[in-house]
Design a protein around this ligand. Structure first.
Ligand SMILES: *Cc1c(COP(=O)(O)O)cnc(C)c1O
Length: 404
C-alpha cells in the first residue's frame, strides 16, 4: 500500500510541543542546541527531582551500563531487592512491584486491590472509587479511573468498575463507600495535573475511616507527589493518613523511566505467582538509578533542606501574588510542588516565563506548576523569583494600562 504524504512530522500529533529542543542540562539549567539557557522549573513534569545530569545518578547509570542492562524477571535482580528494602523501610509498605511508568504502577495498584478481595472470597468487590479532577495515567484502565471526558473520548467503552465522586463531597463518599461491590478508594493526596489541589486532611481521615469500616483498601496515587517532592519522602506523611497501596514513579528514577507499586503484605496477598508480570519493570539500569536517587533523597537532612527552601520560595511567591493580584490569584501546594493559581490564562504565564528563560508546566484549574529540582539552591530560587516577577509584570493589566 502506498504511504500517504506526511503532514509535518513522522510523530503522532498528540502533543503541541513548544518549539524548543534541549541538548544538555546541569542542575536546574538546560541548554538548547543553539546555546540558549533556560531555568527548568518544569522538572520534566515532576520527574527530575535532582535536576539534570546529577553526578551521582550519572555515575550509577554509567557503572551499571557497563555491567548488565537487562535479564528479565525470570531471574533475581539484586538492585530490585535493595530498592524494595529501602522503599519499604521508609514507608508503610512491606512489598514492592517495579514498573516502567506511573500508569503501570496504578494498574498494579488496581489489580492488587481487586485480587485482594478475590482471594478473600469476595470477587464481587471490584469497583474503585475515584475523584473528579483526578489524573492517574493514559492506559485504558487509568483513563477510566481518572474519568476525564477529554481523555476518554473516542477510545471505545470506558473500562468498567470505576466510579467518580465529587472532590470533597462527604455525603456522596459515605454512600458510595458502603456499596457491597466496592474494592478500594483511589486518590491523589494532592492532585497534580488537576491543579495542585491538596486534599484536606479531615477528608482523607474520613476516607481511611470508611475503608476500615467497610473493608476497602486505600490506594494513594503518589506518582507526582512522591520521592521528596512535598518535603516528605511521600506526601501521605504530611497528613499522617496511611494507605494500604501506593503508586509511585516520576521522581523515583530522576529521569530514568521507573515506577513502583507499594503495598502492605496483607493488601498484596492476592498477588500470587503468575498473577502479574512485566518484561522491563525493575530492570538493572532502572534499579541502579532508583537506588542512586534514594542515596541522595534519604540522606540525613536532605528533606529538611527541601522544606526550608520550599518555605522561602513560597513566601517570595506569596509576596509576588500580593503585588500582582491581577495576575496571580493564589499560591498552592506543598514543598516544592508549587502551583500558581492564575487570574490570566495559565498558558499566557507559561509563555511569559519562557520569554524570561524559565520553563514551567501548566496544570488544570488554570494553574502554573513550578517543580524545581529538590536540590535547587537559594540563589537559584532568587534568580527564579526575579524572572517570575518580570513575567508577572509583563502580564499585569494594571501595569499595561499605566504604561499605555
Ligand atoms: C504522571 C502521573 C501519572 C502517570 O504516570 P506516567 O508515567 O505518565 O504513566 C499518574 N498519576 C499521577 C498523579 C501523575 O502525576
Amino acid at each position: 500500500m502506498d504511504k500517504q504524504p506526511l503532514d509535518t512530522s513522522p510523530l503522532y500529533q498528540t502533543y503541541q510541543r513548544a518549539p524548543l529542543a534541549f541538548e544538555r542540562g546541569e542542575g536546574v539549567w538546560v541548554e538548547t542546541r543553539d546555546g540558549r539557557r533556560f531555568m527548568d522549573l518544569s522538572g520534566g513534569v515532576a520527574v527530575n527531582v535532582l535536576g539534570h545530569a546529577h553526578p551521582h545518578l550519572v555515575a550509577a547509570l554509567k557503572d551499571q551500563a557497563e555491567k548488565l542492562w537487562h535479564t528479565s524477571n525470570l531471574f533475581e535482580i539484586p538492585g530490585q531487592r535493595r530498592l524494595a528494602e529501602r522503599l519499604t523501610a521508609n514507608t508503610f509498605a512491606d512489598k514492592a512491584f517495579f514498573t516502567n511508568s506511573g500508569a503501570e504502577a496504578l494498574e498494579c495498584a488496581i489489580k492488587t486491590a481487586r485480587r485482594y478481595h478475590y482471594v478473600s472470597g469476595q470477587p464481587e468487590r471490584y469497583r474503585i472509587l475515584t475523584f473528579e479532577g483526578a489524573f492517574h495515567g493514559r492506559t485504558l484502565a487509568t483513563i477510566a479511573a481518572g474519568g476525564q471526558a477529554k481523555y476518554l473520548e473516542g477510545f471505545g467503552p470506558k473500562v468498567e468498575g470505576f466510579d467518580q465522586l465529587v472532590f470533597g463531597d462527604e455525603a456522596a463518599l459515605r454512600q458510595a463507600a458502603a456499596g457491597a461491590d466496592v474494592a478500594a478508594i483511589l486518590i491523589e493526596p494532592i492532585q497534580g495535573e488537576g491543579g495542585i489541589r491538596t486534599v484536606p486532611t479531615p477528608f482523607l481521615q474520613l476516607i481511611r475511616e470508611l475503608c476500615d469500616t467497610y473493608g476497602l483498601l486505600l490506594i494513594y496515587d503518589e506518582v507526582q507527589t512522591g520521592i521528596g517532592r512535598t518535603g516528605r519522602f511521600y506526601a501521605y506523611e504530611n497528613s499522617g493518613v496511611v494507605p494500604d497501596i501506593l503508586a509511585s514513579a516520576k521522581g523515583l528514577g530522576g529521569g530514568f523511566p521507573v515506577g513502583v507499586c507499594l503495598a502492605t503484605q496483607e493488601a498484596a496477598k492476592g498477588m500470587t505467582p503468575g498473577s502479574h508480570g512485566t518484561t522491563y519493570g525493575g530492570n538493572p539500569l532502572a534499579m541502579a538509578v532508583g537506588n542512586a536517587v534514594l542515596d541522595v533523597v534519604l540522606e540525613e537532612g536532605f528533606l529538611e533542606e527541601v522544606r526550608r527552601k520550599a518555605l522561602l520560595f513560597k513566601q517570595s511567591l506569596a509576596s509576588l501574588a500580593d503585588r500582582y493580584p491581577d495576575v496571580v490569584e493564589a499560591i498552592r501546594g506543598e514543598g516544592l510542588l508549587i502551583g500558581l493559581k492564575m487570574r490570566v490564562p495559565n498558558t499566557e504565564m507559561v509563555a511569559a516565563l519562557r520569554e524570561e528563560a524559565v520553563l514551567a508546566a501548566p496544570a488544570g484549574d488554570n494553574v502554573v506548576r513550578l517543580l524545581p529540582p529538590l536540590n535547587v539552591t537559594e540563589e537559584e530560587i532568587r534568580t527564579a523569583m526575579e524572572r517570575i516577577e518580570n513575567a508577572a509584570a509583563r502580564l499585569s493589566p494594571a501595569l499595561q494600562r499605566a504604561s499605555a
